[in-house]
Design a protein around this ligand. Structure first.
Ligand SMILES: C[S@@+](CC[C@H](N)C(=O)[O-])C[C@H]1O[C@@H](n2cnc3c(N)ncnc32)[C@H](O)[C@@H]1O
Length: 286
């Protein structure tokens, strides 16, 4: 297994977004869920894993000619033993909100008696919860937990937001992801956390039928362009007077996003920023 990583200092974090856009647009099947984000106190990185050395070599070349400021693509070889566990190593429990601590599966040995915990495997899905866009959404869910009983998690990844919603008292949670591996990981996480109110489905949200009904809270942590193109569909799943939360918008695009997403019956009741990312909470007034 080969690992390719691109690192930069915190100041140039937006350069990594350029790399991500480039990788997604190459048409070689790289999905957002394949890209792992890592962060230390001084550096931000994105990491991808491939079996094929030629692919990695090609990607290194493509990234090198992007003319990025202070970004270093690096390739390394991982032994199988390391690869199987590398997502877990060094991953420590952390707080997703003030109330809940996310614990990676293999750290369940840690004594965290006084914490409310969510056990999570990320295996093949996006969303261990350390990403700012996930944290923004987690805060929105927490904020509206008293007013909402049902939640639709669009692009659930590991299922972390659905699990958090149930832990916060939501009684009906439906999660959907287009990616099969994410759905399998999310189902496993739902089971591990003993959640009873969550169902996880594999589907393209665009094709979802209205028979799912409407929800008090629709959560969508997606690419900005997807949020724009799916806007009407997202709104069709929200009950009147209730909430649509969107996350995954890079700070530099946030004001143009707000303008493009504006509608007569959408009231923006909260904006949130975390690192270089923004999210918005809307109330639907039809
Ligand atoms: C940024 S991740 C968010 C994961 C998780 N909800 C979180 O906040 O950490 C976006 C997820 O949306 C999924 N996705 C993208 N487009 C989708 C679509 N049209 N229908 C369903 N899922 C989609 C991706 O597979 C990915 O798992």
């Amino acid at each position: 297994m080969y690992k390719i990583s691109v690192s930069t200092n915190k100041k140039n974090r937006l350069e990594l977004d350029k790399v991500v856009s480039e990788l997604l647009s190459l048409g070689i099947g790289i999905k957002l869920a394949d890209i792992v984000e890592e962060s230390t106190c001084s550096e931000e990185s994105i990491v991808l894993f491939f079996q094929n050395y030629q692919t990695v070599k090609l990607l290194k070349k493509i990234i090198s000619v992007l003319n990025l400021k202070d970004c270093r693509p690096q390739v390394s070889f991982l032994e199988d033993r390391y690869w199987k566990n590398c997502w877990k190593e060094g991953l420590m429990p952390f707080k997703i909100t003030k109330d809940f601590t996310v614990v990676p599966y293999d750290r369940s040995d840690l004594s965290l008696k006084n914490f409310k915990k969510i056990y999570l495997s990320t295996e093949l899905a996006f969303g261990i919860g350390t990403h700012p866009t996930t944290k923004i959404m987690a805060e929105f869910i927490k904020l509206k937990k008293k007013e909402c009983l049902s939640l639709l998690d669009v692009g659930c990844g590991t299922g972390i937001l659905s699990i958090l919603a149930e832990k916060y008292g939501f009684l009906k949670v439906r999660a959907v992801d287009i990616d099969k591996a994410s759905v399998l990981t999310a189902r496993k996480n739902v089971k591990t956390n003993n959640c009873k109110n969550i169902s996880v489905n594999q589907a393209d949200f665009l094709n979802l039928s209205g028979s799912w009904g409407q929800f008090d809270f629709v959560a969508a942590n997606l690419l900005t362009e997807d949020l724009i193109s799916l806007q009407d569909k997202l709104l069709s799943f929200v009950k009147t007077g209730k909430y649509l939360a969107v996350s995954g918008i890079s700070l530099k695009n946030s004001s143009s996003f707000k303008k493009r997403f504006a509608k007569k019956d959408l009231i923006c009741c909260k904006s949130m920023k975390n690192g270089d990312w923004a999210g918005f909470l809307y109330r639907i007034q039809r």
